[in-house]
Design a protein around this ligand. Structure first.
Ligand SMILES: Cc1ncc(COP(=O)(O)O)c(C=O)c1O
Length: 396
């Protein structure tokens, strides 16, 4: 029987990371050792007190039941998120109305579009961006307006370039700083400008703050909700995947405007049964327990970044050190710069076994770049650098 996927699925761009995964599988099958920088999938262990809390939770009565909004474990998690936000950003949140735990922030981001976009409603999405920001819009039937993020503008959007009619027809806008994949950061002034721009527009502004903890040096990442007036039309996504190296646990959350959150919760209630209680219990331990882990994690990523970028600069593939996130964003190097990022990713993988993420996996403005995720220990980075050096000098 012929299978016909829904039109909304056919409108999705090919998921380039699946193609990269297939190449990885192919070269491994040929006996090549793959060094995998392609996915932002943390390789560190979560904090021991969090895994201990998970083990403890597994012994609790009723822990395997469906999750219930008003029971203790769930309420404690919402309170923990609210307290964490206050301590971190001095933002006060009502734990029952302005906090919504998610099965990973990716799930919530996709459900936001589903909750608010009618067929052919416009959404403003920066390019490049984390893929679910645009793919969620397409799956919901919406139309994308890409706001280009340019290196010369420090990868910040220029709102004045968006046509007035486009703005009028838009229902949703995504932002995310510190930014994946470019590693760009922004200051509070940019968020103030965003709120000033958005206050009379009837557009939901969704900020993805996944990398708030992974910032190097004295600067701190800000919450969009720090800005006065933001609560009227803004929400913010967060996750425990990166700060506590718990990506497979699937624990994220969204905070901010209560009506927007209620609509996401309503959408979710038709699809899922919430988060496994044991994970909620352990996530509460992560947010309320000692935070030394996060500090050490940031130091460990910084050490990797310094090692890797120093090495890349030494072998002639020049780039600046990022000031946040655990990625590095590189222009395709000179001898190969005529290739697309997909072509370059494939050739690099087939010749060296080094897997990276192609820039166009993050949208069309990612063309000309590839992203390395620092989820590889330094000993393996050393091998990768040697292989890349050989690969680059062969071509010259
Ligand atoms: C910017 C951004 N948002 C969201 C996510 C998804 O995180 P989660 O594991 O919470 O779904 C990621 C994961 O890489 C990300 O980089």
């Amino acid at each position: 029987m012929p299978m016909h996927e829904a039109n909304r699925m056919l409108r999705l761009p090919p998921y380039l990371f699946t193609i990269v995964d297939n190449w990885k599988r192919e070269v491994r099958a040929q006996g090549m050792d793959v060094i995998d920088f392609s996915m932002g999938n943390p390789d560190f262990e979560p904090p021991p007190h969090v895994t201990a809390a998970l083990r403890e939770a597994l012994k609790m009565k009723g822990i395997h039941k469906y999750s219930k909004w008003d029971e203790e474990i769930e309420r404690n998690l919402r309170r923990a998120i609210s307290k964490w936000y206050f301590e971190r950003f001095a933002v006060e949140l009502d734990p029952d109305k302005e906090v919504l735990p998610l099965i990973g922030s990716k799930e919530g981001i996709a459900h936001l579009s589903l909750a608010f976009l009618n067929n052919d409603d416009l959404a403003l999405v920066p390019s490049p961006a984390y893929p679910v920001h645009f793919n969620g819009v397409i799956m919901a039937g919406g139309i994308l307006y890409n706001i280009p993020l340019k290196e010369e503008n420090h990868y910040l959007p220029d709102f004045s370039t968006i046509p007035r009619e486009t703005t009028r027809l838009s229902k949703l806008m995504f932002l995310s700083y510190p930014h994946n994949p470019t590693t760009a950061t922004c200051d509070l002034e940019f968020f103030q400008k965003t709120i000033h721009w958005g206050q009379d527009k009837n557009i939901i502004v969704a900020h993805d703050l996944t990398y708030s903890d992974i910032v190097f040096g004295a600067k701190k990442a800000h919450s969009l909700l720090e800005v006065k007036g933001s609560r009227k039309f803004c929400i913010e996504f967060h996750t425990l995947s990166k700060s506590y190296s718990m990506p497979g646990w699937r624990l994220g959350f969204v905070v901010g405007n209560r009506d927007i959150l209620a609509s996401i919760a309503k959408t979710k209630s038709y699809v899922d049964f919430g988060i496994f209680r044991a994970i909620q219990y352990a996530a509460t331990a992560a947010l309320t327990g000692p935070q030394g882990y996060v500090k050490n994690l940031v130091t460990a990523y910084k050490k990797r970044i310094d090692y890797f970028i120093d090495g890349m600069n030494r072998i002639g593939w020049k780039s600046k050190k990022p000031s946040a996130t655990f990625y590095s964003w590189h222009r395709i190097p000179q001898p190969y710069h005529q290739l697309t990022s997909m072509e370059f990713t494939e050739i690099l993988m087939r010749e060296t076994g080094v897997a990276v993420a192609p820039g166009t996996g993050f949208g069309e403005q990612g063309e000309g770049y590839v992203r390395f995720a620092m989820v590889v220990p330094e000993a393996r980075m050393k091998v990768a650098l040697e292989r890349i050096q050989k690969f680059l000098t062969q071509k010259v």
